[in-house]
Design a protein around this ligand. Structure first.
Ligand SMILES: Cc1cc2nc3c(=O)[nH]c(=O)nc-3n(C[C@H](O)[C@H](O)[C@H](O)COP(=O)(O)OP(=O)(O)OC[C@H]3O[C@@H](n4cnc5c(N)ncnc54)[C@H](O)[C@@H]3O)c2cc1C
Ligand code: SF4
Length: 231
């Protein structure tokens, strides 16, 4: 478990802070040095790719348009004070029917959008892989649930994911038990039960209990504005 989750131990054991020593010891290259890979954008995709390739000995340089955040210093319990997290430059998706992106639907800085995502980590339903065949809409995936199943398990261990046992589609459980439900959720659960509708507490990539040196969630409720405590 620890070998796959080394990042959970990177926070100094005695403090809830970013390990600044890691930044100082991060490998750096001169402009004339030859490297194996340059990644532009250190979000969920770019950062993960860099980490995995670096573990295999690749020399990699990562660029990001935003800062290297320090949750303790940079993030505040205030929506207006969190606007610097968002990538709000005008962006329009290409294609025949271009869509302008909204104001805070991406992140900027190391960590990208994941520094202020909701943490919700549901698996696809097995039927989602074949919506063209099943429902006549969209396109079928070139792979199915069984192909992804081992990777769901690995990433749920690594994040780690907390959630209630899931009875629908392909029933499965999560490495950590579900977080307690807040006031809104309780009202939703009561209403659904009154209508005879089954509910479950959904999976989130938020540690339920201390994980390595990573502190547990304190239910501060600012996940979308950056988790200051690093849960
Ligand atoms: C508010 C919010 C809530 C979300 N909630 C959920 C959720 O609950 N569950 C879920 O699964 N997903 C959620 N998402 C989506 C998820 O966070 C993203 O899909 C995912 O993080 C995208 O990863 P990425 O690596 O593709 O891109 P990003 O994480 O967006 O990374 C892109 C990076 O590239 C950098 N960059 C851009 N242009 C340049 C440039 N020219 N030069 C250098 N760097 C550049 C940016 O600064 C950024 O760091 C949410 C997203 C947001 C914004
Ligand atoms: S501590 Fe707060 S911001 Fe962090 S995960 Fe928990 S509720 Fe979200």
């Amino acid at each position: 478990m620890r070998a796959r989750n080394e990042s959970a131990w990177l926070i100094p054991a005695d403090q809830r802070r970013v390990n600044h020593a890691l930044r100082e010891s991060m490998r750096r290259y001169d402009e004339t040095d030859e490297v194996d890979l340059v990644v532009v954008g250190c979000g969920a995709g770019g950062s993960t790719l860099m980490q995995r390739m670096a573990r295999h000995g690749w020399k990699i340089v990562g660029f990001d348009a935003g800062p290297f955040w320090d949750p303790e210093q940079d993030w505040v319990s205030d929506e207006a004070g969190s606007h610097t997290l968002y990538w709000t430059e005008p962006r329009t998706i290409g294609g025949a029917d271009p869509v302008p992106l909204g104001s805070n639907n991406s992140g900027r800085g190391v960590g990208g959008s994941m520094v202020h995502y909701a943490g919700y980590t549901p698996r696809l339903h097995p039927s989602d892989f074949a919506t063209a065949t099943n429902d006549g809409v969209g396109a079928d995936w070139p792979l199915d649930y069984d192909d992804l199943d081992p990777y769901y398990r690995l990433i749920e261990q690594e994040l780690p994911v907390a959630g209630q046992d899931w009875p629908w589609g392909r029933p499965h459980s999560y490495p950590q038990t579900a977080h307690p439900v807040g006031g809104n959720g309780e009202i939703f659960q009561r209403g659904a039960a009154a209508l005879g509708i089954e509910t479950r507490v959904g999976p989130v990539a938020i540690s339920n209990g201390r994980f390595g040196h990573r502190p547990h969630c304190i239910y501060r409720g600012f996940c979308l504005q950056g988790c200051k405590v690093n849960a």
